[in-house]
Design a protein around this ligand. Structure first.
Ligand code: NPG
Length: 368
């Protein structure tokens, strides 16, 4: 396969409601989409990076720059390109995993569409649908939180994740347990907002039988998570700290986590995401698929990944309407708390041209 060019599209989509996490509030999602045009046909990629480097060091303008200057030219120069060659071809450029992931996704989609194979089949899917959880932002008040959680449970979501930060942790968890009972699957996500001096506060979550606490400490503090694990009963799940299969293996070996959140963007692509899954499965560590407020393109690929056998916990693979009134693909709709794994070639979905045009704010074409 020969890459002829890559179209970069910056899109901006309003969110149905503001989404507040410990690192900031989002009212809209602005992200980069890629269309790879090859000798065998075209494929779509989506980049998880946000406008500001608040979740990770990558951000949309930076991704665009590195793609334009280094990553896309390296692939344009390759004669016999395949998706599995993307990571080795780009390996000499350090870091920039979200940029690399988006490019690899577009090449993989083109390749799979050309061969009539779905993402799910290519990655090793064993299910036709996946159970879905939902991520709930930090709210102004507990009554508002309870209304929102109640609405998601009515929608059929099988697991609730509460975003937490110092000052919004034990009370919201207690309120949700008191209102909705001990049977709902409940977990929390701190996005690195705590330090080891918060051990006493984090111990106060122990009685609520949470599935897990996600990334309480900062990204590089793997040993700190191992230390924290000795003092709290809630299982620790890592997100930001796991950037590759190797870092997952290290974290597991050090006792820093009992569960891993896999976001393909964060680990450099769907092929590395599968390797993270394999490493975790070999260690008996459950994984689940994280979300980065994807459009229908990224959502399609995430749902395919979440249908691999080691994904034994519900992921942040919520329906399109969790974030968007109108998606750029046919919307993903919850059915009995589950989303169907797309079965068509490649991603199994494509952008609806009029919708894509409506949300596109900038567009450029990269070719040699
Ligand atoms: O369902 O797509 C979703 C959102 C899930 O909470 C979610 N994502 O920290 O995991 C996170 C958070 C996030 C969103 C991180 C956007 C980075 C960007």
């Amino acid at each position: 396969m020969k890459l002829s060019g890559v179209e970069l599209r910056r899109v901006r989509m309003p969110l149905v409601a503001p989404f507040r996490t410990s690192f900031g509030t989002q009212n809209q999602r602005e992200l980069l989409l890629l269309r790879a045009v090859t000798s065998e046909g075209e494929g779509w990629g989506e980049c998880g990076a946000m406008v500001d480097p608040l979740y990770s060091s990558e951000y949309v303008d930076g991704v665009e720059h590195v793609l334009r200057t280094f990553l896309v030219p390296a692939l344009l120069a390759a004669d016999d390109l395949t998706a599995h060659k993307v990571a080795p071809l780009l390996a000499k450029f350090k870091g920039h995993r979200m940029a690399k992931a988006a490019l690899e996704m577009a090449v993989l989609d083109a390749e799979l569409r050309a061969h009539g194979i779905s993402f799910g089949t290519a990655l090793g899917s064993t299910k036709d649908s996946v159970p879905c959880g939902v991520s709930v932002g930090i709210m102004e008040t507990i009554p508002h939180l309870l209304d929102v959680v109640g609405g998601y449970l009515d929608d059929g979501y099988v697991r609730i994740k509460l975003k937490i930060e110092p000052g919004w942790d034990v009370e919201p968890v207690r309120a949700v347990r008191e209102r909705f009972g001990d049977d709902i699957l409940l977990q929390v996500d701190a996005n690195t907002a705590y330090t080891l001096s918060d051990v006493p506060q984090l111990q106060r979550l122990d009685p609520f039988e949470l599935l897990l606490i996600e990334q309480p400490l900062e990204e590089e503090d793997v040993l700190g998570h191992a230390e924290l694990a000795k003092h709290i009963r809630t299982p620790i799940c890592l997100d930001e700290s796991v950037v590759s299969a190797r870092s997952a293996a290290d974290a597991i070996r050090l006792g820093a986590c009992r569960i891993v959140n896999i976001k393909p963007s964060r680990v450099g692509g769907y092929l590395e995401a599968r390797r993270v899954h394999d490493v975790c499965a070999a260690h008996g560590v459950p994984v689940w698929c994280g979300g980065m407020i994807e459009t229908g393109l990224g959502r399609a690929a995430n749902v395919a990944l979440a249908s691999l056998p080691g994904f034994t916990l519900p992921g942040d693979t919520s329906a399109s309407d969790r974030f968007y009134t109108s998606d750029i693909t046919e919307p993903f709709v919850l059915e009995g708390g589950r989303l169907p794994v797309p079965s068509g070639p490649g991603l199994g979905v494509t952008p609806i041209p009029e919708r894509l045009a409506e949300v596109t704010t900038e567009q450029s074409w990269l070719a040699s």
